[in-house]
Design a protein around this ligand. Structure first.
Ligand code: PHE
Length: 347
């Protein structure tokens, strides 16, 4: 068989192989086998030296032509197969944008945080500053400076957790009063502050008691502050919190750090004062403790009680939240059960 026929057969056989295959790797194999250094075309071109001067250019040109034709056929096949592979990959990875999305649940501020921020806003609007105190306090500030010396029987009402003989977890936010009073520069004006935060008591946890809860302390000191200021301030706050048509009443009470002292009731926001299960059929709900700052407390903080006077109050956001939302177990606030918390998602 002459070289030309050999080349012709090679061409036909290779083109058949190329068109038959569906694998890229197979195409590459065909290329190496046919056009590679050890392949038949190279062989033919190498053998040309034995041909006559007349035949050489003819066969050479024919061999080159077939090599080019096969190279082109191989490249074309590769392009086609690459395209097929790409289309398959795209089909597999296609995103169906019409599928319904996954519902991502969004968190929100804790119900107690919401109530505290609401109360803070009310007081900031009345010109109060917000002061954060320490959760770990000294016996000195938590008790002594609040007119509760070491042997005072009222200490029994507020037993707590001690870190040492002198360090304890504060039982109320009142120590922030002492810390703020002693730092205040009265030449710059009245002292008006509230202090929200956690407090602790050595209580056994049950539906209405928790060893940890919250308070918001309020304190105003200036020349000429009276009970009327206290009553007006609390009325404003309680009406903002519970509604304009609430009534507020003060009942005599006792706290070592205020004199006189009062418990403050608000008319029941469920029954409006007629009597129901929320107000235990009294028409009133006890909401906070308050009073005029005791002269001893002023004096211990370096304030002259013959010139200055003031009022203080302490309220419990946990209790307010329980009353407002009908939560009957305080422990719910501290379990962080999302099913409970998500009922209070703010706007
Ligand atoms: N500290 C008091 C308590 O925890 C509340 C209170 C604060 C009462 C300020 C009067 C004035 O019971």
């Amino acid at each position: 068989m002459d070289l030309q026929t050999q080349l012709e057969d090679l061409k036909t056989a290779t083109l058949e192989k190329i068109s038959a295959t569906k694998e890229l790797a197979e195409v590459e194999k065909i290329r190496v086998e046919t056009l590679g250094k050890k392949g038949p075309i190279t062989e033919v071109l190498r053998g040309m030296k034995d041909l006559s001067a007349e035949e050489r250019p003819k066969v050479g040109a024919f061999a080159n032509q077939i090599r080019d034709l096969l190279t082109e056929a191989i490249e074309e096949k590769k392009t086609v197969l690459n395209q097929v592979a790409l289309e398959a990959a795209l089909a597999k990875e296609t995103i169906d944008v019409t599928l319904p999305g996954k519902q991502i649940s969004q968190g929100s501020r804790h119900v107690l945080t919401q109530i505290m921020e609401e109360i803070e806003d009310t007081f900031v609007g009345m010109g109060y500053q917000i002061i954060e105190g320490n959760e770990v306090e000294t016996d000195h500030y938590n008790f002594e400076r609040m007119n509760l010396p070491k042997d005072h029987p009222a200490r029994d009402m507020q037993d707590t957790f001690y870190l040492s003989d002198d360090l304890l977890l504060r039982t109320h936010t009142s120590p922030v009063q002492a810390r703020t009073m002693e730092d205040h520069d009265f030449s710059k004006g009245a002292l008006r502050m509230i202090s929200p935060g956690k407090v602790f008591r050595r209580d056994t946890d049950d539906a209405t008691h928790s060893h940890q809860f919250h308070q918001i302390e309020g304190l105003v000191i200036d020349k000429g502050i009276t009970m009327a200021d206290l009553k007006g301030t609390l009325e404003t706050m309680l009406k903002t919190l519970f509604g304009e048509d609430r009534n507020v009443r003060l009942r005599p009470s006792y706290f070592p750090f205020t004199e006189p002292s009062v418990e403050v009731d608000v008319s029941c926001f469920k029954c409006g004062g007629k009597g129901c299960n929320v107000c235990k059929y009294t028409g009133w709900i006890e909401i906070l403790g308050a009073g005029m700052v005791h002269p001893n407390v002023l004096e211990m903080s370096g304030i002259d009680p013959t010139i200055y006077s003031g009022f203080a109050f302490g309220l419990g956001p946990d209790r307010i939240a329980m009353l407002r939302y009908g939560v009957n177990d305080i422990r719910n606030f501290y379990l962080n059960d999302v099913r409970f918390l998500e009922q209070f998602k703010g706007e």
